[in-house]
Design a protein around this ligand. Structure first.
Ligand code: HEM
Length: 432
């Protein structure tokens, strides 16, 4: 049984009644309930450069239209990633968080670290050190291993019995690709998505039970990666990410804090995003069965479908910056020091740039014309790795299963940053 088809957006009538000045588009409960779409449609139409003076994230500006988002994303001098992180901060219980980390002696920089939260020239130095690992030549080398491992994952799935697609496929595929990129012990690969979930959630959500629990997971992760650093530092240069960092003179001397930030960035960057696109592809193909029919009839559409899913899902709903000087956008002045949120999830539905944007259409003429990887100097460095994994898994799925049926609404992530799925029950009725 397919889930009910609801083309376009889920409905949230309340959002139309809220005075504009009170709209806080980052509310995580709306993301979890999937009621965000009318809210963003309203902001695009009525207040594309919107200010929320007070919220659980502090005060922030929201940009919801393509051109305004692009203006900020491509102006890294006026909009900093380093001052206060690239996502909306969860300010509640900041003291409890800091205390739990301090008690375990885990160093922690608010807003994160890693080169995603650096400005120039430091950012480029660090980015260049890892870029070769995710460059086309290395991706081509990795592809056969990824294909083989995809086959193993798919061949182990139950037939005719419901199971959680997120757990058995999405997490497993991203874990194994990341383990390959890091040259991380393969048998321990599931620690990578676990740590990613621990980093990205707050107590009561995902696997996180308390701040103490979160701090313990961070300590475990950093200890394991310190071990890899020490081992690679004196080893032969290799083309895995850690070896590249230890053998590059520019990054070899980086601080422990910077290394940990880079590790978190690569684990989270490579995990949630790709994982939620894999889940999203199954979900949206079920929501739009005529698109699934087209894909089955013509497997050459896989590449297009992957890009359309990345647009439609927008696995990272936003990125954020701090203005370094006063800048006018859409007739409003953003003052130096203020936070700006670029809602990629809304820019990807901007009807003035993308035709019929609420339609999931795997035959779009320019499927890579989307904002999901960002633009400018921080544009996703892993975008080709993500596309490679997603393309390969779908090529292998189409060889094996005529249909994957979603058998209920998924449980969505409680976050306005990661736009994804905690679990999604599916059934594969038969093999090809
Ligand atoms: C569909 C999958 C993915 C999506 C939607 C995505 C999205 C993004 C976005 C929006 C940014 C821009 C950040 C900003 O402007 O501040 C970014 C940066 C980044 N992503 Fe991805 N990502 C994906 C997959 C990956 C993968 C597989 C990796 C690693 C293997 C990765 C690693 C990174 C890194 C390291 C950065 C920081 C780049 C920089 O600051 O220069 N991402 N990603």
């Amino acid at each position: 049984m397919n889930i009910a088809v609801k083309p376009g957006a889920a409905q949230d009538p309340d959002v139309r009644a809220i005075p504009l000045a009170e709209l806080n588009p980052a509310r995580m409960d709306r993301f979890q309930a999937d009621t965000i779409w009318p809210l963003f449609a309203r902001l695009r139409a009525e207040d594309p450069v919107h200010f929320t003076p007070e919220s659980e994230f502090g005060a922030y500006w929201s940009l919801t239209c393509w051109d305004d988002i692009m203006a900020v994303d491509t102006n890294h001098e006026a909009f900093s990633s380093a001052i206060a992180g690239i996502s909306l901060p969860v300010t509640a219980n900041m003291e409890a968080q800091d205390k739990a980390f301090a008690e375990l002696g885990v160093q922690r920089r608010r807003g994160g670290a890693g080169f995603i939260t650096m400005d120039e020239p430091e950012h480029s130095t660090h980015r260049k050190a890892v870029s070769p690992t995710v460059a086309p030549a290395n991706i081509t080398k990795m592809s056969p291993i990824v294909r083989e491992r995809c086959g193993q994952i798919l061949d182990s799935l139950p037939i005719g019995t419901p199971f959680d697609w997120v757990e058995l496929v999405s997490k497993e595929l991203t874990a194994m690709t990341l383990a390959t990129l890091f040259d991380f012990p393969f048998e321990e690969r599931r620690k990578l998505p676990f740590w990613s979930d621990m980093f990205m959630n707050i107590p009561g959500h995902g696997p996180v039970t308390s701040w103490q629990h979160k701090a313990e997971a961070a300590l475990e992760c950093f200890t394991a990666f310190q071990g890899l650093w020490d081992e690679r530092l004196d080893g032969e240069p290799n083309n895995d990410l850690i070896s590249m960092l230890t053998h590059n003179p520019e990054t070899r001397e980086m601080s422990v804090e910077q290394y940990q930030g880079t590790v978190v960035l690569l684990i989270v960057g490579g995990n949630d995003t790709t994982r939620n696109t894999i889940s999203g592809s199954v979900y949206w193909l079920n929501k739009f069965p005529e698109q699934y029919d087209k894909l089955r009839a013509n497997p050459d559409l896989v590449t297009n479908m992957v890009s359309e899913t990345i647009r439609y899902q927008t696995p990272l709903a936003h990125m954020s910056r701090i203005a370094t000087r006063d800048v006018e956008i859409g007739g409003k002045t953003i003052r130096a020091g203020e936070r700006v949120v670029m809602w990629y999830i809304s820019g990807n539905r901007d009807e003035s740039v993308i035709a019929d944007p609420d339609l999931y259409d795997i035959e779009r003429e320019r499927p890579r014309h989307h904002m999901s990887f960002g633009f400018g100097i921080h544009r996703c460095v892993g975008n080709r790795v993500a596309e490679m994994q997603l393309t390969i898994i779908w090529e292998e799925i189409l060889k094996r299963f005529p249909v994957i049926e979603v058998i209920g609404e998924p449980v969505r992530t409680y976050s306005s940053f990661v736009h994804g799925y905690e679990s999604m029950q599916v059934v594969i009725p038969a093999r090809t």
